[in-house]
Design a protein around this ligand. Structure first.
Ligand SMILES: [Zn+2]
Length: 264
């Protein structure tokens, strides 16, 4: 996970009107949605979802079931903005979403899924807030679904999210000790899934091969071998580069201390 900058990612002026036009009775929807969010966050009613609580304020989906109108999906401006914000990568696993989803319309309709950070079934009053949207791959979005643990998850657009996870050279991932939000993020988004781990491990090891060849050469600094652009798995790669670099330095220092001093 790399830090995403939300600067400039703002809803267009007509956004609220677009959302309200998709609802049968916008005033009734917002009233009910706000009342629903006042219920106990981990209570049974909240967990059952907004569609069971107030089906009368929702339009029917294609299967005839009451559901929130998916304006975040039908209005391409949402995906354009959040795909730009995360450079076409899944905001959670840093896989290149743009290349593994079917998408035929280029920049105008970027592939990937609009993930509601706070799930829409449990936070319907935030279902149309742009701050609640991140671009996600199908695997992360599907794994998390409507889950929301008591403390929530690590937000990709706050603080230094990458430092809250530890990436091993083989692609493994763990939450930093004692970080409950990070632990829930790893578990619920399925960040340990097999092929994701394999791809992440290969990306790390390929880059480390290159770093190890350069280490110890005069004039080569750590900054020269870090990933400076947001590419797939760059956070996981850079963490490993820093670790290998630091251990190489320690070894070189030890070796130079062990060498006998030349007589003056
Ligand atoms: Zn993902």
């Amino acid at each position: 996970m790399i830090r995403l900058r939300r600067r400039g990612v703002k809803p267009p002026a007509d956004w609220q009107g677009t959302v309200d036009a998709a609802l049968p009775d916008a005033a009734a929807f917002w009233r009910k949605a706000r009342a629903f969010e006042k219920l106990a966050e981990q209570g049974a009613k909240r967990k059952k979802g907004f569609a069971s609580y107030a089906p009368e304020v929702l339009p029917a989906d294609e299967k005839g079931k009451p559901d929130l109108p998916p304006v975040w999906r039908t209005d391409a401006r949402v995906r354009q903005a959040i795909a730009g914000m995360s450079n076409g990568f899944c905001a959670y696993c840093q896989s290149p979403v743009s290349s593994n989803h079917p998408g035929t319309s280029g920049e105008d309709r970027p592939p990937g899924q609009v993930e509601h950070f706070r799930p829409k079934a449990r936070f319907p009053a935030q279902a149309y807030e742009w701050k609640n949207y991140f671009l996600a791959c199908m695997a992360c979005n599907g794994a998390k679904h409507d889950r929301w643990p008591a403390g929530g998850y690590v937000r990709p657009d706050e603080g230094r999210p990458g430092r809250r996870f530890v990436f091993a050279e083989d692609g493994g991932i763990e939450a930093r000790e004692g970080d409950e939000q990070a632990r829930c993020t790893v578990e619920d988004f399925g960040l340990k899934r097999y092929w994701l781990t394999q791809h992440r491990g290969t990306a790390i090891q390929c880059h480390l091969d290159f770093v190890r060849r350069l280490m110890g050469h005069p004039g080569i600094q750590l900054q020269d071998v870090l990933m400076t652009r947001p590419v797939a798995f760059s956070e996981a790669i850079n963490q490993n580069v820093r670790r290998v670099w630091a251990s190489g330095r320690r070894k070189r220092k030890k070796a130079s201390r062990a060498r006998p001093r030349r007589a003056r």
